[in-house]
Design a protein around this ligand. Structure first.
Ligand code: PLP
Length: 355
């Protein structure tokens, strides 16, 4: 299906942003419930453009948790602003809403909420803080397409929501992303500034063949190409069923891994549904755990130590006690579309034997 769709685009010779990007965006709205999704060439572009359209720049501060990929904080630095790290909830890996307020200064402009592994952050609590201090909320939903929070789709809730469709994410265009701005005027800015800052719809091409426009601010070359959108459209087919399957596998893991000595599950609240990009938990004797699984042919890995340790972001903060605990004990075991129930049972059986 993907081969057919991409082949059609190549045969059409129209490779850049065109009708397949529009079709992909329409499907993101109807299939996943995203609001005003603008398809972009990466999740990193989505984060950067969200910050730019939100007006964040030099001298500003953005509060986020370190349990993420460096792109979240790197894009803040790219705008000239400073990432300010808040602690996480050890139980979820997400930003702890009770650890935000005392970090707010006159320079704070936004809170960035990363849905770790696809599990939605406490958005109501975060939005309440944002409302109190007049801050923008930006969701890094790179792991969370298909997740819901209090019955609403991730991508329809906060001021800005950023998705990644990079190759290892569970909805992919090879490389790509999407940015949803809730406010229609901001959404228009996203669409204009993803392509150099030129509004193609209202910049007519003259008789001489030259597009007429006046550039008024900085735009970017962040649009998606049609052949990448073709991959995305192919990948959206069956996405709902694949999510159901992931949820069933997660339940199987959770049921099978009850009461295992040395293993502590992450907490899942009933008011939200994770996209389950990852399946992780905390373990004691982690290196021993990894070796034991490896000896049985099972991959397990740490996914991102707290990113604050990077020199660019100022180095490791010992005061982030829950992040430091998380760094010591988090581990993730296989979760992907090809995973079978039998493999899950084998992994459960292996872990239950101890390490
Ligand atoms: C993958 C990822 C990104 C970056 O997305 P790209 O599409 O690779 O640019 C940003 N944030 C998080 C949490 C990610 O996992």
């Amino acid at each position: 299906m993907a081969l057919q769709r991409v082949g059609d685009v190549l045969a059409s010779t129209f490779l850049s942003e065109g009708k397949l990007v529009r079709e992909f965006e329409a499907c993101l709205s109807t299939d996943l419930g995203l609001l005003h999704p603008a398809a972009l060439n990466s999740g990193t572009s989505a984060l950067h453009l969200a910050l730019e359209v939100a007006g964040i720049g030099r001298g500003d501060e953005v509060i986020l948790a370190p349990q993420t990929f460096i792109a979240s904080a790197l894009t803040v630095v790219q705008t000239g602003a400073t990432p300010v790290f808040a602690d996480i909830q050890y139980e979820t890996g997400n930003i702890d809403p009770t650890n935000i307020e005392h970090r707010i200064t006159a320079r704070t402009k936004a809170i960035m909420a990363v849905h770790w592994g696809g599990y939605p952050c406490d958005l109501a609590e975060i939005q309440a803080i944002a409302d109190r201090y007049g801050l923008v909320v930006i969701e890094d939903a790179a792991h969370a397409p298909g997740a819901t929070y209090q019955g609403r789709a991730i991508g329809s809730i906060s001021d800005y929501t950023c998705f990644s469709f990079q190759a290892i994410k569970h909805l992919t265009t090879g490389d790509g992303g999407a940015l949803c701005a809730r406010d229609p005027e901001k959404a228009y800015e996203v669409f204009r500034r993803r392509w150099f800052g030129i509004d193609r719809a209202s910049s007519p091409v003259s008789e001489l063949g030259e597009r007429e426009y006046d550039l008024t601010d900085i735009g970017y070359k962040y649009h998606l190409s049609d052949f990448a959108a073709a991959l995305g459209l192919a990948n959206l087919e069956g996405f709902g069923e694949r999510m159901l399957r992931r949820r069933a596998l997660v339940r199987r893991y959770q049921d099978g891994l009850q009461n295992v000595t040395g293993l502590t599950h992450f907490v899942h609240q009933p008011d939200r549904e994770s996209a389950h990009w990852l399946f992780g938990f905390h373990v004691a004797d982690r290196l021993q755990f990894v070796r034991r699984l490896k000896a049985s042919g099972i991959a397990s890995s740490v996914v991102h130590d707290g990113i604050d340790h990077n020199s660019l972001f100022g180095g490791k903060r010992s005061e982030l006690t829950q992040q430091r605990r998380f760094d010591q004990t988090q581990i993730h075991i296989p979760m992907h579309d090809e995973l079978t129930s039998e493999q899950v049972d084998y992994i459960i059986h292996t872990i239950r034997q101890g390490w």
